[in-house]
Write a protein that binds this ligand. Structure first.
Ligand code: XIL
Length: 340
């Protein structure tokens, strides 16, 4: 084995992959970034960090635009890399017509069904999996019960349609899968569900609820946006994965990065190695965990600094010389291999 994907396959996983913001601002012209993205030994799977989101794919109501997504697929996903398609429903990165429109339960339900149907049918089996619903749960819920309104994120979808919007999205996806005889796996994806707690319980309750309604759900994506020194242990992560697996779904680590305040101290850099090993190792420990996706591989293009000011150093590579200069591999990369 010569890289992360090779090692992941040797450990019985389907892939080790990465998100990429292609076509982003500098990602398509930074030849060092591009060379690493094309490295099949490291990346057997890719996720578009932005290109398939609602704001790009349905910029006007009923007008679908797959330009960005097609560039992503032709570029980042070449060489037969698996694609985790991301995402069909989220509260964020929505077009203005949607966030500023006036909706009723009935009209918004139709909008959601139409979006899901179009994307699932259009991309077909070019997607290994779809994140059908992303981040439906709030961080303030305490019970994990779907009947408790503090369990749910207060957003356009929940506030207009109610908790049933998740089933609406999954049902529409399932209908498209069946109509086109697709193999694509349908996932629920969220963060802070990587160890036991109210939010993980809510996600488990959601899986049970969809299954009880005979609605297709194939997997749960554990985003895994962790913090150095606060990453759940390998045992805590693997037992949480097992709890999902026991409900009859796959799991995947879908957006792994492990951030810290910058500049990272030597001790933090060492802890990051341990934290990456624990996370990747948890997936290796659980048969139902199909693979690991890093949420981009190069600190230069990470979403972390803009979302968490003062933080960074979350990815497996960095570019000390800046744009279009060689990438340096961190010790955390070897940590991933140790974990496998
Ligand atoms: C992030 C992208 O990486 C950024 O480029 C974009 O500006 C905002 O979204 N959880 C998710 C991802 O599910 O879609 C988010 O991606 C990161 C958090």
């Amino acid at each position: 084995p010569k890289g992360l994907n090779d090692y992941a396959k040797k450990a019985g996983k389907l892939y080790f992959g990465t998100a990429a913001d292609v076509p982003g601002t500098n990602e398509t012209t930074d030849k060092y970034y591009r060379a690493e993205l094309a490295n099949k030994h490291d990346w057997g799977q890719v996720t578009p960090a932005n290109a398939m989101k609602w704001v790009f794919t349905e910029p006007e109501q009923g007008v679908f635009n797959y330009t960005e997504a097609e560039i992503f697929l032709a570029d980042a996903a070449s060489d037969g890399k698996l694609v985790r398609c991301h995402n069909l429903n989220w509260y964020n990165q929505l077009p203005n017509w949607l966030t500023q429109g006036t909706w009723t339960n009935e009209t918004l339900t139709k909008v959601l069904e139409n979006h899901v149907t179009n994307l699932v049918e259009y991309f077909g089996d070019r997607c290994y999996a779809w994140d059908v619903v992303n981040e439906a749960f709030s961080d303030s819920g305490t019970t994990g019960s779907l009947a408790d309104n503090t369990t749910w994120r207060s957003d356009l979808w929940y506030n207009t349609i109610g908790p049933g919007y998740v089933a609406v999205a999954f049902k529409a996806a399932e209908k498209a899968v069946k109509a086109k005889k697709l193999k694509v796996k349908l996932y629920y994806n969220d963060y802070n569900i990587e160890n036991a707690g109210a939010k993980s319980s809510a996600a488990q309750a959601l899986v049970k609820s969809l299954k009880a309604q005979n609605i297709q759900i194939d997997g749960v994506g554990l985003q895994s946006h962790f913090i150095v020194g606060e990453t759940p242990s390998r045992a805590a992560q693997s037992s949480n994965m097992q709890a999902f697996a026991a409900l009859g779904v796959d799991v995947a680590i879908t957006e792994l990065d492990i951030r810290t305040t910058v500049p990272a101290t030597a001790a933090e850099q060492q802890q990051q190695v341990v934290d990456y090993a624990s996370s990747v190792g948890a997936c290796a420990d659980v048969d139902a965990c199909v693979g690991v996706t890093a949420w981009d591989f190069d600190d230069a293009y990470s979403w972390i600094p803009s979302t968490f000011p003062g933080q960074g150093y979350g990815d497996l590579f960095f570019q000390p010389g800046g744009y279009n200069t060689p990438l340096v591999r961190k010790a955390a990369y070897d940590g991933c291999i140790q974990g496998l």
